[in-house]
Write a protein that binds this ligand. Sequence first.
Ligand code: GP9
Ligand code: MN
Length: 397
Amino acid sequence: ESKDAAKIIENTQASDTDSDSFGIAEGKNVILISMESTQGFVINQKVNGEELTPFLNSLIDESYYFSSIYDQTAQGKTSDSEFMIDTGLYPMESGAVFVRKTENTFIGLPHILKQEGDYYSAVFHGNDPTFWNRENMYESLGYDHFYAKESYKVTEENSVNYGIKDVPFFEQSVSIMEELPQPYYARFITLTNHFPFLLEQEDQFIDEAETEEGVVNRYITTIRYQDEAIRLFFEQLKEKGLYENTIFVLYGDHYGISEKYDHGVMDLLNMKTSALNRMKLKQVPLIIHVPGQEGKTFTRNGGEIDIRPTLLHLMGIHSEEPSLGKNLFARSNDHPVIFRNGDFVTDKYLLKDKRCYSLEKEELTDAHHCEPTEEIVREELEMSDEIIYGDLLRFIE
Ligand code: GP9
Ligand code: MN
């Protein structure tokens, strides 16, 4: 068993390719913001003449912005995105790895950062610590502390939908952060922009959209609210002197509008409903900001699984721990972005619901165009599954 394990581990050992940006964030604090249900289409998008994300849009002007990153989560939703970012492994086909595999040995980002730079790791999130079994899984992933609901003053007034609203959440988090040992790796998980996107009038900084889908119309307002909350967070970090020496990674955790409602988005964006456009809506924003840096947009494809190697690259860490992600600064465009159900997208082809499309011709194409890539996809998912089901990382020193 340990021999097979060694082979799989060897096959998944990350190898980084150099680029100019290697090490630009070495030794800095790391702040990750997991933006609830935030899809790529909201970036630089206006509705009724108003920007949906004015702050994120301005941040992008001075950040690395990856505009073609895909949601690769499965049933574990937010927790699957966390899992991919911390481990570089794929989520499970059914159920949530956060719930089912807490007993496994993992080599999470917290472990790597602790080892390489004595980082302190913490997660901040206003929901119950038991949600997605986070309290247990964070321990397996190597976190030092989880600031969950009981770390916040949560009242009826400062809550909506799942819990504390993003503005008070960030505000209260900043006071906790002043006490954190540095350098730190801290993840903040927003909550207000969660289905069914409820928001009181006083928090609506933009009018609802006017599509025939109420879910989409409300989504606009909670997206705009989240943007404001993040703007205030940055402002407070600057005031406390916590901004300059930090690298920020902001990403959408997964879709917000499910396919059932996406005709409303198509309507909002004047798009026609097609497999290709549906796949486009699976994009989530990824923004990496290092204070003082010049903005640059990368349109090449990638997925959430690629965030970990990209971050390690910027931090100047050549990690050889198993990972299925690729450094986005060097990722080759013909390597597929893999979805848990076996679908994929490359620069030329899209496999969606087992049907093969040519992106160039924007139409269905012969299945044989997709077959060689399907094989790569199967192998990659299989390696990830073997590591998870076999608990193979326990064989690593
Ligand atoms: C709950 C929040 C939302 O704490 O992270 O979870 P989701 O339903 O998006 O997976
Ligand atoms: Mn979520």
